[in-house]
Design a protein. Structure first.
Length: 288
């Protein structure tokens, strides 16, 4: 998007001449092209998937909005650059970064071994928590409250766990030696918990599921495990990586960005989690 024609032509010619050049050489060319784009246009292109309100979405005026968007704009101010939000499907974010279509990803992306082979990750800038949606009768029978330690929760005898295949709702209980009934539709799991056919379902959306059926479910929030979200930059782009880390660290300082936007996001986060006691600090600070 908005590439300089001469640079694009140069990259194409280099690719044709070199043929089977190494991945590292291609990465160097792409990083160099992106750097020139930044210097000439003074535009920071930020890849975001705008389908996840209240964190990243398109508002009623048709403009990008949300937590990640506010962070992206602040990052641009930190670098003294204009920000262009590039709305990109999550599955295409890393390819867009690799191709130089964007300069950085600020999209609630967790670090994984597979992703680390393609991009470099910053220090975390927020954290996603895991909750348990629990059948209410089962919770009462086993005295489950948020004061119950996590180890004790996962040690409850004869608990029937259900989880969405390929997600933490399956592999996290399994890591503790628990058998989990795997499903391919989250709706099935919610119904099973509500009807008492299963007892426990791990999910980050437990609060909203509970709000839909408060008569038959409760939420257990004592699970300490979290997924950290990071900025992602092109592999080997140490300059952008260092700037990202410096900016993220500045957000946590007294009077930093997180202090500045807390008043705005405290009620938004409370509403999102259906819990008036939660606020911005809940998603930006690790719990363990």
């Amino acid at each position: 998007m908005n590439r300089i024609n001469k640079i694009s032509t140069f990259i194409i010619l280099c690719t044709g001449i070199v043929g089977c050049s190494s991945d590292s050489a291609n990465s160097t060319i792409e990083t160099h092209a992106s750097t020139i784009n930044q210097e000439v246009n003074n535009i920071l292109k930020v890849g975001v998937d705008l389908k996840f309100p209240p964190f990243s979405y398109i508002d009623d005026k048709g403009s990008p909005a949300g937590f990640e968007v506010d962070i992206a704009k602040a990052f641009g101010e930190y670098l003294n650059m204009e920000v262009e939000i590039v709305n990109t499907d999550f599955s295409l974010l890393i390819p867009a970064l690799e191709m130089g279509d964007v300069d950085v990803l600020i999209a609630d992306m967790a670090k994984t071994e597979e992703r680390e082979q393609k991009v470099d990750f910053s220090v975390p800038y927020r954290y996603g928590s895991t909750f348990a949606l629990v059948n209410k009768d089962f919770a009462i029978k086993n005295n489950i409250t948020n004061n119950m330690p996590e180890d004790e929760f996962f040690a409850i005898e004869d608990a029937n766990f259900i989880g969405l295949a390929g997600t933490k709702s399956v592999y996290y209980p399994q890591s503790k030696g628990i058998e989990v009934t795997e499903i391919t539709d989250i709706g099935t799991g919610i119904v099973e918990i509500s009807q008492g056919l299963s007892d426990i379902l791990l999910t980050s959306n437990a609060n909203s599921f509970h709000a839909a059926d408060p008569e038959n479910t409760i939420v257990y929030s004592g699970i300490l495990d979290q997924d950290a979200s990071n900025f992602a930059v092109r592999k080997g782009d140490n300059d952008m990586l260092n700037k990202s880390n410096e900016f993220i660290n500045s957000m946590y300082e007294d009077g930093g960005l997180y202090d500045q936007i807390a008043e705005k996001y405290d009620p938004i986060i409370a509403k999102f989690f259906f819990n008036e006691d939660l606020g911005l600090s809940y998603i930006i600070n690790p719990r363990n």
